[in-house]
Design a binder for this molecule. Structure first.
Ligand code: ASP
Ligand code: MG
Length: 408
């Protein structure tokens, strides 16, 4: 019997009517002869409220207790969905992380799944029962409840699909798939039928918020086919699959954008050739994640200026760290800008096509958009631009790479 993992996000289980609708969908899939395991998120907004509660009681709370609070949202939605399924005559049972158990690391608040005991689930699936698993949570090494980081039920679902050998992991959400660009920015953006694991990985880490990054990483490593689709309709969504499954590869599949960056420029760093090492050493020690980098060597090579980006919410910490290391680094001045944005052009086809970067810079230059830093991977080119130009840049690039939907 083919196995399927069906995961429903917060908006899909937002209220009782939605939960019944989800139950109907699961029942219809079971009726087609599939063995189904379900994973749910907490009902919409519930996790935010729980997190706010922990903050209001103690801003610097203990991470173990944070997890104990945050994990409760999924307990409610899983049990309610199991009831709704039962009312349709489906044999269903809810499962919390510790009951399976889903073993995780002890990193409370962002734990990693390490092992899933499938024995009980296998027995129940074989009997035709539908397990409804609470996403986002697990059991840490010391017997305490852990959570996997915000958006973590995606990761629960993919992990479960991997260990159960499911044919696919369907992730039901409030968008009907992965688009060539954010449709709120580009009205002519198109839904992609298929996208590769690698492209999805870059999209997720470049600002597209459809899936938790870790879930894509897991899907890529364990070759789990994932489908992102809407629970508000019946249209097929976007399949995230191995490159081999995609016949016609696009040079560029999508444009992503992120406002979560801040730029810092450190001026007059001595010893030009060693400037980067001088600046990034103290940042690494402070666990600050540097993303894009640009280096400008002074004419005599004796000094350099170093431009880089960090997550916007780490800007203050970064400035503080640099100020503290000012003497050791020996820089003359530094400046920063929190109103920057990163735009990324993504596509596996760029591995074998030349001119992708030049087209990007030409399109940006034509609109008079200045690029302060660049970073690339095999399948991605990112540029740092002023935030005010984000929309214009995304639209221009969408057109420049021929991604606009054909007028009909
Ligand atoms: N309920 C959790 C959150 O809001 C996990 C999830 O939705 O995936 O982050
Ligand atoms: Mg989510």
């Amino acid at each position: 019997m083919a196995r399927l993992v069906m995961k429903f996000g917060g908006t899909s289980v937002a209220d009782v009517a939605r939960i019944h609708a989800v139950a109907e969908r699961v029942a219809a899939t079971v009726a087609q002869g599939q063995a189904v395991a379900v994973v749910v998120s907490a009902m919409a907004r519930v996790t935010n409220e729980l997190v706010a509660l922990t903050r209001s009681v103690a801003p610097l709370h203990d991470a173990r207790e944070y997890d104990a609070v945050a994990a409760t949202g999924e307990q409610v939605s899983a049990a309610l969905l199991a009831m709704a399924l039962q009312s349709l005559g489906i044999s269903a049972r809810s499962w919390l992380g510790w009951q399976i158990p889903i073993r995780t690391s002890g990193a409370h608040g962002s734990a990693r799944i390490q092992r899933i005991d499938t024995r009980e689930l296998e027995t129940r699936l074989a009997r035709g029962e539908v397990p409804v698993v609470a996403g986002f949570q697990g059991l840490g090494p010391r017997g305490r409840i852990t959570t996997l980081g915000r958006g973590g039920s995606d990761t629960t679902a993919v992990a479960l699909a991997a260990v159960l050998g499911a044919e696919r992991c369907d992730i039901y959400t409030d968008v009907d798939g992965v688009y060539t660009a954010d449709p709120r920015i580009v009205p002519g953006a198109r839904k992609l039928d298929k996208v590769t694991f690698e492209e999805m990985m870059e999209l997720a880490s470049s600002g597209a918020k459809v899936l938790q990054i870790r879930s894509v990483e897991l899907a890529m490593n364990y070759r789990v086919r994932v489908q992102v689709l809407s629970s508000f309709g019946d249209a097929p969504g976007t399949l995230i699959v191995d490159e081999g499954e995609i016949v016609e590869k696009q040079v560029v599949s999508g444009i992503a954008s992120s406002r979560e960056e801040a730029r810092i420029t450190v001026l007059g760093v001595p010893e030009g050739v060693r400037a980067a090492a001088r600046v990034f050493g103290p940042l690494a020690d402070a666990n600050i994640n540097v993303d894009m980098i640009a280096l400008t060597l002074g004419p005599d090579g004796r000094s350099a200026s170093v431009t880089f980006t960090v997550p916007r919410n780490e800007l203050a910490l970064t400035l503080h760290t640099l100020e503290g290391a000012r003497r050791a680094i020996g820089f003359e001045a530094m400046e920063h800008d929190a109103s920057v944005a990163k735009i990324s052009v993504i596509g596996v086809g760029m591995r074998s096509h030349a001119g992708v970067a030049s087209r990007m810079f030409k399109a940006l230059a034509q609109k008079g958009i200045a690029v302060a830093a660049v970073s690339t991977s095999e399948v991605k080119i990112s540029a740092l631009i002023p935030e005010a130009y984000l929309e214009l840049a995304v639209r221009s690039l969408h057109t420049a790479y021929g991604l606009d939907a054909a007028a009909t």
